[in-house]
Design a protein around this ligand. Structure first.
Ligand SMILES: [Zn+2]
Length: 88
């Protein structure tokens, strides 16, 4: 039964971790004129480094096209709803 007192819309992506995420693991991606952040998952404070390392392994395995570019994996702090949205 799932009767936890709090429900989070998202949780840390580490195996079995139920902590709320504080970090978004992402890499800047571009394809011609298109640019966005490619999302590699969410991490709590404790698993941030683990999940960055895991995302780096996945990124290296990714085939990138000639006009595609993927920047280094980084952890971006998640904002609370009352904080302003950062410009990326
Ligand atoms: Zn975690």
């Amino acid at each position: 039964m799932d009767d936890l007192p709090f429900h989070y819309a998202a949780a840390c992506d580490a195996e079995g971790c139920k902590l709320p995420p504080c970090w978004k693991i992402a890499a800047a991606w571009s394809h011609g004129p298109l640019r966005e952040l490619k999302n590699y998952g969410l991490a709590c404070e404790r698993h941030r480094d683990d999940l960055v390392a895991r995302a780096q392994g996945r990124r290296e395995a990714l085939a990138v096209g000639d006009d595609e570019a993927v920047g280094p994996i980084a952890a971006f702090p998640l904002r609370r709803p009352d904080e302003p949205t950062p410009d990326l």
